[in-house]
Design a protein around this ligand. Sequence first.
Ligand SMILES: *[C@@H]1O[C@H](CO)[C@@H](O)[C@H](O)[C@H]1NC(C)=O
Ligand SMILES: *[C@@H]1O[C@H](CO)[C@@H](O)[C@H](O)[C@H]1NC(C)=O
Ligand SMILES: *[C@@H]1O[C@H](CO)[C@@H](O)[C@H](O)[C@H]1NC(C)=O
Ligand SMILES: *[C@@H]1O[C@H](CO)[C@@H](O)[C@H](O)[C@H]1NC(C)=O
Ligand SMILES: *[C@@H]1O[C@H](CO)[C@@H](O)[C@H](O)[C@H]1NC(C)=O
Length: 500
Amino acid sequence: MAPLRSSVVGLPVLAACVMAAASYPAIPADLTTPVQQRIAIKGPNSISVGWNTYQQLSKSCVQYGISSGSLNSETCSTSSVTYATSRTWSNAVTLSGLSPATTYYYKIVSTNSSIEHFFSPRLAGDTTPFTMNAVIDLGIYGADGYTIQGDLTKKDTIPQIQPSLNHTTIGRLTTTVNDYELVVHPGDFAYADDWFVKIKNLFVGEDAYEAILEQFYDQLAPIAGRKAYMASPGNHEADCQEIPNTAGLCPTGQKNFTDFMNRFGMTMPTAFISTSRNDTAKINANKAQQLANPPFWYSFEYGMVHVVMIDTETDFTNAPDGPGGSAGLDGGPFGAPNQQLEFLETDLASVDRTVTPWLVLGGHRPWYSTGGGRNICAPCQAAFEPLLYKYGVDLAIFGHVHNSQRFQPVYKGVADPKGLNDPAAPMYIVAGGAGNIEGLSSVGTNVSYNAFAYADDFSYATVSFQDANNLEVEFIRSLTGETLDSSVLHKSHTQHFVRQ
Ligand SMILES: *[C@@H]1O[C@H](CO)[C@@H](O)[C@H](O)[C@H]1NC(C)=O
Ligand SMILES: *[C@@H]1O[C@H](CO)[C@@H](O)[C@H](O)[C@H]1NC(C)=O
Ligand SMILES: *[C@@H]1O[C@H](CO)[C@@H](O)[C@H](O)[C@H]1NC(C)=O
Ligand SMILES: *[C@@H]1O[C@H](CO)[C@@H](O)[C@H](O)[C@H]1NC(C)=O
Ligand SMILES: *[C@@H]1O[C@H](CO)[C@@H](O)[C@H](O)[C@H]1NC(C)=O
């Protein structure tokens, strides 16, 4: 979240110095080698596969099938995109027509790649219980980022994980890989814009920024290449420095969410066609599909849940990272005036609770947080909260503040008297404690509707859809795997289309 108040503020960037060097990963001899793999739910029966290469591909292909011995389907695309200052190209292929809830094996076509696997999306309406993790504000681990002292004794189930990562949130996501089916990460990846915090990077700014992105997305690949990993923007995606009003000093390619758009623009979904029998719902879902603008705002359905991801950085009144916004990051707008809010309203209005009883929203900046002040995004509250309430969002997941927090269901600062037992107001959590170079944020001043807050160690949240009426949220301490807080939200979901 917060800008670091560093004595190097205002230091621009981009002096090149032959003596200094950014910590770039080694470029593989075989330039078709896939790196930074990531998959996402792209549609009701489709998964997108994204990866980078150190050369442009004229054709990017993925082979797949339901057994590792017969990858008998192949899909290709011709898009292989890059931007100024990047050493790599982003490639993306969408695998369509998948059988739902099935393990598929896939191989990114290269003379140097291996077979991986994923679980295809559950269809909307599938009532099988499952868990979705919420991991936010996760940065690079190691010399350019955060590290952890201590006894590293965790076992990894994913063979390619770097041993040094087996003690972090990424390590915990590997040891628990069979316990969750997808991950939502609404904002703040890598923390490349904090490159200047490490003295060794001071003279290689432009390269240091890219080196952090390359390393981070390699670190994330063992998870993001196997589990649908759903991304939306945070302030650290905006530009090369988080120091207000220095966006103009960033080089072309390191402003205005460029890497984020290149990386996730082709892999995130728009919105799904409605499977409701209600024509109004179908029309609203179609409108939402037109208004969606991935990877900034979009929605998807998975089993019992409809998930909508929003952009708390740009594209609404007084958006903090928008032109002239309070953060001074000068990003966006990415849609037409009011497009994001029209998307959100039509998308929420389309949700048929007899198909997907649960409605969950993910965004970066919260408006409920302990600590007050700059932890709270008042323009976000003004723009979004009335819609969340009106359409009965059950759970809203945010980050930005680097710790774990849970709130009683609350609306306009007033706790819902029904608590967790069929409240009208959304339940809010902050799951921003995953770990990054800026460290954890102290809990700070309390608010009366807070139910849990933890800032002693790195942590993340698991959201388990038990059935149509019960949703369990747990906060997990990454180091030990212990449950720090557990709660069950009960909703009767008796209204077919919630309006309140
Ligand atoms: C093949 O890929 C692996 C990583 O997956 C990499 O370490 C190795 O250097 C690559 N080999 C060549 C010849 O590029
Ligand atoms: C995890 O880290 C510890 C300490 O560095 C190491 O002994 C262990 O082998 C690592 N585990 C894996 C699977 O890499
Ligand atoms: C369809 O849904 C709308 C709300 O979106 C509702 O007002 C209307 O009554 C529903 N129609 C039927 C036939 O259920
Ligand atoms: C950022 O990119 C968007 C989409 O390409 C564009 O419309 C907008 O004007 C850009 N904003 C700035 C500040 O350059
Ligand atoms: C904040 O206050 C609430 C209500 O008194 C309490 O339940 C909660 O434990 C407090 N949280 C912290 C972090 O002290």
